[in-house]
Design a protein around this ligand. Structure first.
Ligand code: ADP
Ligand code: MG
Length: 277
């Protein structure tokens, strides 16, 4: 199961990870009050869809304008205009397919002063059965290109499930990201915090792209994409809080039906799908 960026950040924040203040809205009437809750001077207006690549995405409808699904508002008025332009329209990204996904929800977030954008993700390495961190100094919107052209710029570190994340592991991650000062110190708590969130919530994937070093030298989780292990969610009472975050409007009708029957099914384009049981 996937969740929205703002929900993922809420989950990570509950474990103590550094995220910005933000407000999620589902209608234009909520926009002004949401914008007023944030201090400015930068309001980042972010389309919430279950797909990445929003920043570089394009809207189907002309009235949504030329900019992507993540827009910077340098005044409250501009932030409001961005909400108005994006809400209800269809955003096409490298991960949505040609029709795009309708933006039914917008996250308005406090803008960060970015010094550097880094990449950090976690997944279950099926080869070793360990949770692994993957990190790169080349974070931001071109990570797929980096993975394709210069995979050596991505460092993978498996975590011993008995020991968990040790200080030595955190230091390896900080070194691979070329962190120093406050950011390197932050990683000593951030890596174990993310590991705890990942394992306690039975995530199957956590991608923070970008993880940023701010102008003040500290780290912040600026984007968060999380998937949970459906087998863990199927255990009654184990993750009721996570199940409550499910947004079926983001899911394919065929997939929802398959889930009701407990089938592992992945719809593909057209009239075919993949079912493995
Ligand atoms: P996506 O990965 O779907 O394109 P991101 O959340 O990564 O969406 O946002 C795209 C880019 O927008 C980021 O790489 C960053 O440069 C910028 N951005 C996102 N959130 C903020 C923020 N709160 N403050 C400043 N810049 C941001
Ligand atoms: Mg991103």
């Amino acid at each position: 199961m996937n969740i929205h960026e703002h929900q993922a950040k809420e989950v990570l924040k509950s474990f103590g990870a550094p995220v910005a203040k933000g407000v999620a809205i589902t209608s234009l009437d909520q926009a002004k009050a949401a914008i007023d809750q944030l201090p400015g001077p930068l309001w980042v207006v972010k389309s919430q869809i279950h797909a990445g690549g929003r920043g570089k995405g394009k809207f189907v409808e002309k009235e949504a304008g030329e900019k992507g699904g993540v827009r910077l508002g340098f005044s409250k008025e501009q932030a409001y205009e961005h909400v108005k332009a994006m809400l209800g329209h269809h955003l096409v990204t490298a991960q949505t397919g040609a029709g795009g996904k309708q933006v039914n929800r917008i996250y308005i977030e406090d803008g960060a002063d970015i010094e550097k954008e880094l990449y950090l993700s976690m997944l279950v390495d099926r080869g070793t059965g360990h949770v692994a961190f993957m990190v790169s100094t080349e974070g931001g919107m071109d990570i797929e290109q980096v993975a394709h052209d210069t995979p050596e710029k991505i460092m993978t570190l498996g975590i011993d499930p008995v020991k968990g994340v040790t200080d030595a592991d955190s230091k390896k991650i900080a070194d691979a990201l070329k962190l120093s000062g406050a950011a390197a110190a932050d990683m000593l708590t951030l890596a174990p915090t993310l590991y705890k969130a990942f394992t306690q919530k039975d995530m199957s994937m956590l991608e923070v792209n970008p993880l940023i070093v701010m102008k003040d030298g500290h780290l912040r989780v600026l984007d968060a994409k999380v998937s949970f292990d459906d087998n863990a969610l199927a255990i009654k009472g184990r993750h009721d809080d996570i199940i409550a975050l499910r947004d079926t409007t983001e899911e394919d009708e065929k997939e929802i039906a398959a889930k009701e029957w407990d089938l592992a099914y992945i719809p593909l384009d057209g009239t075919i799908g993949c079912m493995v049981n």
